[in-house]
Design a protein around this ligand. Structure first.
Ligand code: ADP
Length: 300
């Protein structure tokens, strides 16, 4: 089967700095993928190479199996800091973007209007972009990226710079777009990745360190633990002494690695009951995406 995008061994080296280091992954048509990593991980560089704006030092990018696709026509790209001509209206700008991306001149105005309505700028399309707020600019940026109906949408930190209201609006738009096109977007905000993702790519210092679905990665790094909070330190100590499982004890808290043989919340609760040990709470904890992020791409 031909993948929509196949990236093999992609590297970018500036001087002696490997900004992208032998990155390989595939994107299937109709999916959404989040490229996740802290600042400086190489997300922008990777997306720029895919958008044809930065020449790779090494490696190949195949779009529907082709190494020289019509990038402008097939791909829509939203840079991290989109720039507009402040004297143009949103409609003029989007129409221009449509023509540049290969839309017929006679169709460009119609497509631009339709797209601006879709991104919620219908009422502002005749306004000069210089007067636009951050949220409006981001929606206009999205409009120029989708006006030609690309098969693949590359979005560099599409919501990071927005306030909560702007973020919600753009996220909702992206969720709608997800129904129509394949999306690869970068983010360091994990809630966004959780909300809209089939595949997660974790980038750390230019290296793709993890690639999988949210469920697979969650499972792999879940690190499930049963946490018990006792009424007093003495009870925590008593439990630790009689526990058939290895435990970690910190003051009134005892935690048990839930991957150990024969341990589960029912067994723990049953032991607490038999020993009549008073507790404040028992809970099963799993790593949040935030903790997984720290573990996979941040911690040394
Ligand atoms: P991210 O988008 O994850 O924040 P970038 O791709 O912007 O990461 O940058 C990754 C690293 O590459 C950074 O250390 C950055 O300074 C470096 N870098 C990016 N572009 C260039 C360039 N044109 N010349 C030299 N170094 C660069």
């Amino acid at each position: 089967m031909t993948h929509l995008l196949q990236v093999n061994d992609l590297s970018k080296i500036y001087g002696s700095h490997r900004v992208a280091d032998s990155i390989s992954f595939e994107l299937e048509a109709g999916t959404s993928t989040a490229l996740i990593g802290p600042n400086g991980a190489g997300k922008t560089t990777t997306l720029s190479m895919l958008a044809g704006l930065v020449t790779p030092t090494n490696g190949s990018i195949l779009f529907r199996g082709q190494s020289k696709p019509d990038i402008r026509g097939s791909i829509g790209y939203l840079p991290q800091y989109p720039k507009f001509f402040p004297w143009l209206t949103a409609l003029e700008f989007t129409e221009m973007a449509a023509v540049l991306s290969g839309v017929e001149k006679t169709q460009a105005l119609t497509e631009a209007k339709k797209t601006l309505e879709f991104v919620g700028l219908g009422d502002a399309m005749k306004k000069r972009t210089g007067t636009f707020s951050g949220g409006m600019k981001q929606r206009l940026g999205l409009a120029q990226a989708i006006v030609h109906g690309p098969e693949l949408l590359l979005l560099d930190e599409p919501v990071s710079a927005l306030d909560p209201v702007g973020r919600r609006q753009v996220m909702n738009l992206l969720k709608e777009l997800q129904q129509k096109t394949t999306i690869l977007y970068s983010t360091h905000i994990l809630n966004d990745a959780e909300e809209m993702t089939d595949q997660l790519l974790f980038l750390r210092k230019g290296v793709l360190v993890e690639n999988g679905s949210l469920e697979t990665i969650r499972e792999k790094y879940a690190n499930p633990r049963i946490l018990i909070e006792f009424e007093s330190i003495a009870e925590a100590e008593r439990f630790a002494a009689i526990s058939p499982w290895a435990v970690e004890k910190v003051k009134k808290h005892v935690s048990i690695d839930a991957l150990q043989e024969g341990v589960g919340t029912p067994e723990v609760v049953s032991l607490l009951h038999t020993e009549s040990l008073p507790i404040r709470k028992v809970e099963l904890q799993t790593a949040s995406l935030e903790e997984i992020f720290m573990k996979v791409v941040v911690e040394e």
